[in-house]
Design a protein around this ligand. Structure first.
Ligand code: SAH
Length: 554
């Protein structure tokens, strides 16, 4: 819930615009001295249409802790600036300020140092962090050498080049309890799964003590617990639920048959009898893989075991859109900044170079190295890194997603970010050519025999589909487009619109509009798509329009 506090006419107008657009927003009226404390109680975030100073005075007495205080963004009377005053990282106020600014045509004023420099804040990774956070953050920002040590390769965003093998301050990534000096910050990766078995009515305190002792006995940090796990039948066991609640852990449950299939060191006949699996604690800890680091520990009414998961790397398949920066989605930008390794064709990497975090490793290669790129990306993720594999348009359309996923196993996480395709960008320039069923066909016969391509062109012709041709023509492939247009001309009128759209959304963008009878295919090349209307597509006021509901001519 976002509380909007406005006390002037201009403020109320701006708040009204936000609340009309955001279902999660609620307007607070009346004196700010009443509205701010009330909204503070009720909301996760506040947008105050008040002077920054006034806002600061009102929230000062309410401050409790960075983790629980709401985000606060102040917006000035002229709606020129959106200033995140509180919770920049911890409560996403920086992001909220950007969203507010976007809606109101204001400028977000982001003052959190790590954001301003493009360096990820230690607290933005979403993992608990302990120790000398301020000192290490400061050193990272100031470009001083920071020693980086990690027990395993976790898919972290890129860290700047001064974070490396040496340095007086240290960033440590570990699930282990270690003695840390005053110059070490410790990031706690979500590495541990605590398996819990409990007899009915097992007291929460007993279970908690057993868990705490199991972790402490193996020198493991409770902050690295990803979740607790048990058998389905114990999903509602009050003691387990209570411990998870106290600690902020999620409870994951598994069917008994599934647990019965997990090999464990200490099976028990009693458990098999009671819940249908010879192991609950050890098997639930191991149900998602990993290795057992604490074998079964028992108390009067509970059993506990702990497994350590192998980090899973992350492969983001990111479509950059047709070229223009404002056709690159915000999600694609976030994912580019989430990655530490960027893999792509050199021209695409160059297109987004300014968005990459300092320290991101770039594996750019030239045209033709598709398979090598796909392998590089998957290998990187398999090694545990956060990899972004980028492509123009959508990364899954005649692009890198398929070769990458042909190599990828289930040992990595894959995130797809859709992009605006050349087809869509070209269509938007023309009008509404894709208003009815359409087919997309690549005329490149490098990887596909021409016979197969021709068969599809004939099928699209027979089906009266609007057709978009990708890869229409190159120096070495100069006859295919004419041949394909000839096939379509056999099934639709000579006056059918044909558009060649070159470099859509890029500086050299051009559109050539003709018909099946007169189009000049010399205008097409590898930076173009060719869109051919169906038998009902018309030119209306200079725009290509394919009617949506038409009298079918068949
Ligand atoms: N993944 C991309 C397609 C890559 S295949 C997508 O989703 O759009 C490369 C072909 O896409 C080029 O030969 C050309 O036919 C087309 N193409 C890519 N960008 C284009 C643009 N901005 N304008 C016109 N055609 C484009």
């Amino acid at each position: 819930m976002i509380g909007l506090i406005a006390v002037t006419a201009a403020g109320r107008a701006a708040a009204g615009r936000l609340s009309a657009a955001w279902p999660e927003a609620r307007c607070y009226d009346g004196p700010a001295a009443v509205a701010v404390p009330l909204a503070w109680q009720e909301c996760d975030a506040l947008v105050c249409f008040l002077a920054a100073g006034a806002t600061v005075r009102l929230i000062a007495p309410l401050l409790e802790s960075k983790a629980t205080d709401p985000a606060v963004v102040a917006v000035d009377e002229a709606t020129r600036w959106a200033v995140p005053l509180l919770g920049g990282h911890a409560r996403d106020a920086n992001d909220l300020a950007r969203r507010v600014a976007e809606m109101l045509g204001a400028e977000p004023v982001v003052t959190t140092a790590t954001d301003a420099r493009g360096v990820p804040g230690l607290d933005t990774l979403g993992w608990p962090v302990q120790g000398a956070v301020a000192a290490v953050s400061r050193a990272i920002l100031d470009g001083e050498p920071v020693r980086f040590e990690a027990d395993a390769t976790w898919p972290l965003p890129a860290l700047p080049p001064n974070v490396g093998a040496t340095g007086a301050v240290r960033l440590l990534v570990t699930d282990r309890l270690v003695d840390v000096d005053a110059s070490t910050a410790v990031l706690r990766p979500p590495a541990l799964v605590v398996g819990i078995g409990a007899s009915r009515g097992a007291p929460a305190d007993e279970i908690e003590q057993l868990v705490v002792a199991a972790l402490a006995g193996a020198a493991l940090s409770p902050l690295s617990v990803r979740h607790v796990a048990t058998v389905d039948a114990k999903a509602g066991e009050p003691g387990i639920v209570e411990v998870a609640k106290r600690r902020g852990w999620v409870v994951v449950t598994h069917p008994a048959e599934r647990l019965a299939a997990v090999a464990v060191p200490n099976p028990s006949a009693a458990a098999l009898e009671a819940v249908g699996t010879p192991s609950v604690a050890e098997a639930s800890a191991l149900a998602q893989g990993g290795v057992l680091v604490v074998s079964k520990q028992k108390s009067a009414h509970a059993t506990v075991a702990v497994a350590r998961l192998r980090p899973r790397g992350r492969l983001a398949l990111i479509g950059l859109g047709p070229g223009a920066r404002d056709l690159l989605t915000p999600r694609a930008i976030d994912e580019l900044r989430r990655a530490s390794v960027i893999v792509g064709l050199d021209q695409y990497v160059a297109q987004v170079a300014d968005l990459l975090r300092p320290g991101a490793r770039v594996l750019a290669s030239g045209m033709g190295a598709e398979e090598a790129r796909a392998r590089d990306a998957v290998e990187g993720a398999r090694a545990g890194h956060a990899v972004a594999l980028i492509g123009s348009g959508d990364a899954g359309v005649y692009a890198m997603a398929s070769p990458a996923l042909e190599f990828a196993g289930d040992d990595i996480d894959v995130v797809g970010v859709p992009g605006i395709t050349a087809n869509l960008a070209a269509a938007a320039l023309l009008g509404a050519p894709l208003g009815h069923d359409h087919a997309v066909i690549s005329l490149s016969d490098l990887h596909t025999p021409w016979d197969a391509i021709e068969r599809r062109v004939r099928a699209a012709a027979g089906g009266d589909f609007v057709v978009t041709f990708y890869n229409p023509r190159s120096r070495g492939r100069d006859w295919q487009l004419a041949k394909a247009l000839g096939i379509l001309a056999g099934h639709r009128p000579p006056g059918t619109p044909v558009a060649i759209v070159r470099e859509a959304s890029r500086p050299d963008e051009s559109v050539h509009l003709g018909t099946l009878a007169d189009v000049d295919i010399e205008d097409a090349d590898m930076r173009s798509v060719v869109i051919v209307g169906n038998s009902n597509t018309r030119i209306v006021a200079g725009r290509v329009v394919t009617p949506r509901g038409y009298r079918w001519l068949g």
